[in-house]
Design a protein around this ligand. Structure first.
Ligand SMILES: O=C(O)CCC(=O)C(=O)O
Length: 264
């Protein structure tokens, strides 16, 4: 990219990137934990929008035919449900870290919002998200960074997100071989992330991760934002709200929602 274009990238306006400790955690472990990322007001706003939508969906909810054990209730198109979900995509406490992870050309490629109820097992097992993205050495570059934001306190048995530190540095053959152990708890080397509502975890999606079984007493409620480089057509196109013309009020949002790069 020519230097003129690079310095026009909207995310450049976000000065702070990662602290020294966050950078070390990101590079060596593949994740960064941000406690109290959201204020209690932001959590309350996001929670009430989340709950309202989930309760609308709950009566008609059925597990997907191909995944009968998947009990999660997903909010389709969260960016169209409430503007708080748009505001969290470029949250001033989180976006600088994503910029530190991906770089200045970051775009938003998906948003997920689901309630994960208690029950037997998990909806997933240890995996990398990028086993099918071949031709890149993922151990030396970052392709997809994901941010999980808890909207409810998550206890150690409450379906925590978990990651195998350093697995983002493995070669593809090893990544694909996978730590395929059905009983997640038997892996000695993973880190799990219980946390308070408002905690965020940024992770490199190439590394092995999972959601642990939720054997607690309540649903895990969380949001997830996925960010890639602007050149990535991995998911087809950027994630954006239907009211994008109205909500893309800054160059950064125009860039994030794939409308226009700042030099265009
Ligand atoms: O929600 C989580 O804790 C992890 C989800 C996951 O592993 C995935 O979507 O790839």
């Amino acid at each position: 990219m020519c230097p003129t274009k690079a310095c026009k990238l909207a995310a450049c306006g976000y000065d702070i990137q990662m602290t020294f400790d966050q950078k070390i955690s990101w590079e060596t472990k593949g994740f960064v934990v941000i406690e109290d990322a959201l204020s209690s007001e932001e959590v309350a706003k996001a929670r009430s929008a989340f709950d309202l939508e989930i309760e609308k969906l709950r009566p008609a909810w059925k597990p997907p035919e191909n995944k009968p054990n998947d009990r999660r209730i997903h909010i389709p198109d969260p960016l169209d449900v409430d503007d708080i979900f748009v505001d969290l995509a470029d949250h001033p406490k989180l976006l600088p870290l994503v910029r530190g992870a991906i770089g200045d050309d970051l775009v938003l490629v998906f948003v997920q919002a689901f309630a994960y109820p208690p029950g037997e097992g998990s909806f997933t097992n240890w995996h990398s998200d990028l086993g099918h993205v071949v031709g890149l050495d993922h151990s030396t570059c970052i392709f997809l960074a994901r941010m999980i934001i808890y909207l409810e306190d998550v206890s150690p048995d409450g379906g925590c997100f978990a990651y195998i530190p350093g697995s983002h540095k493995l070669d593809m053959a090893t990544i694909l071989r996978g730590p395929w152990c059905k009983e997640t708890q038997k892996r000695p080397d993973y880190v799990s992330f219980p946390g308070k509502a408002g905690t965020a975890i940024l992770f490199n999606a190439y590394g092995w991760h999972t959601a642990l079984p939720n054997s607690g007493s309540r649903e895990r409620k969380a949001l997830q934002y996925g960010y890639c480089h602007g050149w990535v057509q991995f998911f087809g196109k950027a994630a954006k709200p239907k009211r994008v013309e109205e909500l893309a009020t800054t160059d950064l949002r125009k860039q994030l929602f794939g409308i226009r790069m700042p030099w265009e």
